[in-house]
Design a protein. Sequence first.
Length: 248
Amino acid sequence: MKDIIRDELAAPKVVDRSTFQAELDALRLREKAHTRECDAIAAARRRLPMVEVDSTTPLIGERGKVTLLDAFEGRRLLIAYYFMWHAGHPAPEQCEGCTFYTSQVRELSFIHSRDVTYATFCQGPYEESARYRDFMGWEMPWYSAPRDSLDTLLVGREVGMMHIVCYLRQGSKVFETYWTTRRGVEAMDNSCRLLDLTVYGRQEAWEDSPAGWPQLPKRVHPYRTDGRPIVQWPRVKAGYSDLATDER
């Protein structure tokens, strides 16, 4: 994997400390307003109505067939990430976005402390996708959602698209309380949020940056390099097998 390194890059103008602080203070007012608006949106999200879903919807896990209710692992809440999957394709051809976001979900104890389970619902065969999970070193609960189950769980939404869906359990009944997709799944991401704090940002072509700022060419995929998702490369270099199909 080749890192993008350039000897000279455009940069902000240099000013004295007081000028810098004054500009930062002005931006901080906008940041604080943004934080308060995010809090208000979260409060509105908590007041959304909910819709019942079939708690017996089948999933496939490491012990075979289970139900949506089982995926709660006895907790009250469930966050499910619907992982796109290209059946029969090798690891380098799997979804780079799903791989990127899922790789950032590691320590779940704090989520568990709030009576919440996090799980991946892969939109592909269990055995095949579980080998991919093992290759990537992921430890979160992993289930395969058959097509009929996806039609039930994602009714009216695009199957084969990444989604976050939140559920509430009341006894043996399950209710959907929220869902999001596309950039909404950035809730799982800390890498890009950290990059947003730097002077060059994410360095993607869509960003509004000053002239001369480094940005990936439009032909370069932001989540792929040298033929595979970027976050696969540390696993490959460490010697882990990347066979994600039955061709072993």
